[in-house]
Ligand binder design. Sequence first.
Ligand SMILES: O=C(O)C1=C[C@@H](OP(=O)(O)O)[C@@H](O)[C@H](O)C1
Ligand SMILES: C=C(OP(=O)(O)O)C(=O)O
Length: 421
Amino acid sequence: MSVWTAPTVTAPVVATVELPGSKSITNRALILAALADGPSMVRGTLRSRDTNLMLSGLSALGVGVHIDPADDTTVTIDPHPMVGADVYCGLAGTVMRFLPPVAAFADGAVAFDGDEQARTRPLSTILDALRDLGVKVSGDRLPFTVTGTGSASGGEVTIDASASSQFVSGLLLSAARFDDGVTVRHAGGPVPSMPHIDMTVQMLAECGVAVDRPDEQTWRVPPSTIRAIDRDIEPDLSNAAAFLAAAAVTGGSVTVPRWPATTTQPGAQIVDILAEMGCAVALTDGSLTVRGPEKLTGISIDLRAIGELTPTVAGLCALADGESVLSGIAHLRGHETDRLAALTTEINRLGGDCTETADGLRIVPRPLHGARWESYADHRMATAGALIGLVVQGVTVADIQTTSKTLPDFPGMWQQMIGHP
Ligand SMILES: O=C(O)C1=C[C@@H](OP(=O)(O)O)[C@@H](O)[C@H](O)C1
Ligand SMILES: C=C(OP(=O)(O)O)C(=O)O
């Protein structure tokens, strides 16, 4: 496993950073296009491990996937009758939770597998839901098999989505194709990452599929046609967060072009977090600029809706003045790794003071020193290590390549940002 020496800067970072497409929007767009009533073109497609796995999975199922040879971010998806296949999910939550409902419409057995670490991610909720909707499923976690017959009855299902919003999104994305549609009711603790469910609902609406909300806990999708549409994918704002944070910790200035004026991406909320920690933020002519202060202040914040920002925010807190408390994120124990344990171990290894609470982290800033920062196959752990390493000498990050889960060339982009080609 490669070890990467995180570059340290002695001057404020001043840069403009172009971000590739959003993972969450890309993988939804690909699923919807595969289930649509004709070919669709997706422009600005993110080409990273998670989205390439989605493209491979769809292609194995028999869906036409045509990549423009002149621009690999332009992809045409041509729906065909689907067949039995082997599908590899890697560590991608969006693949392991969005594709099994699609497999219900294949004619044959679809065998799913994934990385070793993926086998412990919560999955049984959506597999049980599929069984309740009339789909044949064997297994409760990776590896498992969905045996499709070309159609499935659908109907009403009650699930506990408190471990992941992706259970709801996965069912909704395919719901219109079930004979009776699908009604998903949530019963359990609070659902995390609600903006990601709003993203699903909005993208379905763009394809002509209306999602009815009889109450806060219920989503109802009648059987209907998913219209083929062409889409442009927004830049990935959760990935932008690590680069904007570089301005915050160095007192510098980072600009991200093509920042959407309105978005369902929860990553957009990094702007409010950085402002609360003392940064100046400005959206000018579609570009977002963050200017870092002399010293960041700590923050107390409930991150339940925006959990995927946690590693970046925790990195900022470890470098801020004053205590920070991050709450509402117990479900991060089921992300790529147990992120609460991983952040606590790694921040403390550098001399920091991070404690796990029942549903989050308490971080008290301490002077940090260099050490090896482990990534746990988690792209956001790796970028958090790079962030701290910008201002703490001697930080090395294990397995920096794991960032390719959602960014094709993080090390290159980071070096370019700080002006070290
Ligand atoms: O639907 C999506 O695209 C996502 C939903 C969230 O998952 P959880 O609800 O499991 O946190 C988020 O953390 C993940 O990165 C992407
Ligand atoms: C939780 C994440 O990913 P996944 O889509 O694999 O759940 C993430 O990207 O922070």
